[in-house]
Design a protein around this ligand. Structure first.
Ligand SMILES: Nc1ncnc2c1ncn2[C@@H]1O[C@H](COP(=O)(O)OP(=O)(O)OP(=O)(O)O)[C@@H](O)[C@H]1O
Length: 691
């Protein structure tokens, strides 16, 4: 195998050749304009540019195939150029900027807001509308008991280390990961075979290391504070939730929710009733979540307040088929299954979802259905489907109750980023909330035929309870009857051994003695059963998706003056159309305003640019925020009521009657029509110079 370093060097050399040839083309073009060189010299140089580009792409691919990474050095330059465009055009802005900003918080500016809204609305249409999901909106401030039940109060922690001199905080696992990756990639001082094996093994387990093991590893690999190279403290757990108090007395602890899902679980009983007590059904929530991330650094990818879009699809655990699975059975996303991750090649593979389920790669149809729908959603909003994959959690990455988990990962300059998690969480969440709230969170299933089964019965001895507990007896009897099977059997065990057993209800604890309650299993004929539904949870982060979309859409236009463009799909583009009066003349401006009003009536966001600068500059400005279509009003418009319509990516133009334009742009935006359809229907217009 060729040394990846050699491949990387070859790729960089090819990149430089492209840049040099780009300069040659630009200079020849300028000279040709002045008549100093023949046009054929420009064409020859452009042909040459194409060749060196093909060579560069081949070398980039060879490097990426050999290392599984996105080609390195230009990543930072690409990201810097893109974030520059995003921040300059106010897609997003560090929050509280005039006060020096606070890490992990961003404001969306006008185009950012519009895009976020478009992505969220597309998500709602694609999932909520399509599946008839029950959408809810719950408060972000959540009382402690809810998050105690879900496990967040005790376990929603990351290990943190501090710079011993400056007190700066870092995520311990991220520091270790960075150090291990650098050690494994270091071609100047390569690790021995054994050391590389150990480092790789540790890297795969970083997320599950306890404090002691993590601390030992940080010491062994000599990890220092990245900014100062000072020593770091031992790792210690840090809970990521923002704590607050509810009410003026300040004695009720609350947290800002770290995910929107819990709001759905606590409403399960009412939602099931709303759905006619029928399963399966799904509920969804879109809203802000809050995590006090230890060291948020990667822009929108890791922030402290972000929008989540979550689905909880409740199913009978005995039947996880999905009625619409057929519609995605032939969809073949890149699947990075456990087996492929452990295999020699370590590469994902396109596998039709029907096959993935029948071969047991994905645990069940419902989970696979959502994987398919997520893939189609990514495609719809304009993510590059070659840079989308679904990575299955390794066994040790999954919570003990989870049956199968896949991350929807999107490749960007930071590597593969988790943009959504899709998990079969079994009945864990509802069981946890039923246990804490003492409210039954069950569904009922009627059997096709009655059947005989062992059934648990709980018979409180009301006479005995009344004598001892007086007015509390009724509450105690009800709490006994509402016990889960697991709690009841535990109590039965204690009472049978002649011991007392505690019963917690309404914030108090009562001691149950033998004889207070009879707990037994009886054989009964049943026509149905109560059960705790399982849940399949697709959980999306809108900000991460948006960021990846920015990266996939950003490019610098061929050759000439390196204009930056976002090739957003019309569905997600922040503004759908710009209207330009060719020159600053009242009669042209008037027509432009009328066109803008007509577009607005079609619910198409649009702007009129009357700045009077060259058309080329105005096109460049709209390309830079990804506006897909532009209408130019010129003197011919005054004569024959037509205008030019330009498409951003091809820069092609057609001449269209004014009356047709709003409807046409509407259909293009809804992707009912392609640009090829439009070009076939209307006469081409020789493009005005874009210089
Ligand atoms: N700090 C964050 N900033 C932005 N989006 C986030 C953040 N944390 C989670 N998300 C989004 O919410 C989705 C679901 O949350 P989940 O709890 O599964 O994330 P996670 O596994 O904790 O993420 P990570 O491991 O990257 O911290 C993620 O796939 C991601 O898109």
């Amino acid at each position: 195998m060729i040394d990846p370093k050699v491949l990387e060097d070859e790729f960089h050399a090819a990149q430089e050749a492209v840049a040099r040839q780009g300069d040659v083309v630009r200079s020849l073009k300028a000279q040709a304009k002045e008549g100093h060189v023949e046009r054929s010299a420009v064409d020859e140089a452009i042909e040459m540019l194409k060749q060196v580009k093909i060579d560069m792409e081949r070398k980039q691919k060879a490097y990426e195939d050999a290392t599984g990474k996105t080609a390195g050095a230009n990543k930072e330059a690409f990201r810097a150029a893109m974030t520059n465009a995003l921040e300059r055009r106010l897609f997003y802005i560090p929050s509280f900027k005039i006060y020096g900003s606070v890490a992990g918080f961003y404001d969306y500016g006008p185009p950012g807001c519009a895009m976020k809204q478009n992505v969220t609305q597309t998500w709602r249409n694609h999932f909520v509308l399509e599946e008839n999901m029950l959408e809810v909106e719950c408060p972000a401030v959540t009382p402690e008991i809810v998050l105690k039940a879900s496990g967040h109060v005790d376990r929603f922690t990351d290990f943190m280390v501090k710079d011993v001199k400056t007190g700066d905080c870092y995520r311990a696992d991220h520091l270790l990961e960075g150090t291990l990756e650098a050690a494994l990639e270091d071609t100047k001082a390569p690790l021995s075979k054994e050391a590389a094996y150990e480092a790789r093994d540790l890297l795969a387990r970083v997320g599950e290391l306890g404090a002691a093991e993590l601390g030992a590893a940080l010491t062994k690999y000599g990890v220092k504070a990245p900014d100062t190279k000072n020593d770091i403290s031992d790792p210690f757990p840090f809970n990521l939730m923002f704590k607050t108090s509810i009410g003026p007395r300040g004695d009720m602890v609350g947290y800002l929710r770290p995910e929107t899902a819990q709001g759905i679980f606590v409403n399960f009983k009412d939602l099931l009733y709303y759905n006619g007590s029928k399963l399966p059904f799904a509920a969804a929530q879109i809203g802000s979540s809050y995590r006090n991330e230890i060291s948020p650094r990667a822009g929108l990818l890791r922030v402290r307040e972000f929008t989540q879009a979550e689905i909880e699809h409740f199913v009978n655990p005995a039947d996880k088929s999905h009625p619409k699975f057929k519609s995605v059975a032939d969809v073949a996303p890149l699947l990075y299954s456990r087996a492929l991750q452990m295999g020699d090649e370590k590469k994902p593979k396109r596998i039709p979802l029907g096959e993935a389920v029948s071969q047991g790669i994905i645990a069940n149809e419902t989970l696979a259905y959502f994987i398919g729908r997520t893939y189609l959603f990514g495609e719809k909003i304009g993510l590059n489907t070659e840079r989308i994959r679904f990575r299955q959690h390794l066994q040790h990455e999954m919570a003990h109750y989870a049956e199968d988990c896949w991350d929807f990962e999107v490749e960007c300059s930071y590597g593969w980023v988790e943009c959504a998690g899709l998990a079969d969480r079994s009945a864990y969440d509802l069981t946890a909330h039923a246990g804490m709230s003492k409210v039954e969170l069950n569904a009922y299933e009627r059997f096709p035929e009655p059947r005989e089964e062992d059934v648990l019965t709980i018979l409180p001895n009301k006479k005995e309870l009344g004598k001892l507990f007086k007015k509390d007896a009724q509450t105690i009897a009800e709490a006994l009857e509402a016990m889960s099977e697991c709690d009841a059997l535990e109590m039965q065990g204690k009472l049978a051994a002649g011991q007392a057993a505690p019963l917690k209800t309404g914030g108090r604890t009562f001691e149950m003695q033998p004889g207070f309650v009879e707990i037994k299993k009886e054989r009964k004929k049943l026509s149905g059963r109560n059960f705790t539904p399982g849940v399949i949870e697709p959980s999306f982060g809108i900000g991460r998706i948006l960021y990846c979309l920015f990266e996939h859409a950003f490019y610098t236009r061929e050759g000439d003056d390196q204009r930056t463009v976002f090739r957003f799909t019309p569905v997600t583009a922040p503004v759908k159309c710009t209207v330009f009066p060719l020159l600053q003349r009242a009669e042209l401006n008037e027509k432009a305003e009328a066109m803008s009003a007509a577009l607005t009536r079609e619910r198409l966001s649009n702007t009129v640019d009357t700045t009077g600068t060259t058309v080329g500059k105005r096109y460049a400005r709209t390309d830079e925020i990804g506006v897909p279509f532009a209408i130019t009003i010129d003197y011919q418009t005054l004569e024959d009521s037509t205008a030019t319509l330009r498409e951003r990516d091809s820069t092609a133009q057609v001449r269209v009657p004014l009356a047709d334009l709003p409807g046409l742009v509407r259909r293009l935006t809804d992707m009912e029509l392609s640009w090829a359809d439009v070009a076939a229907q209307y006469p081409a217009q020789a493009p005005a110079s874009e210089d």
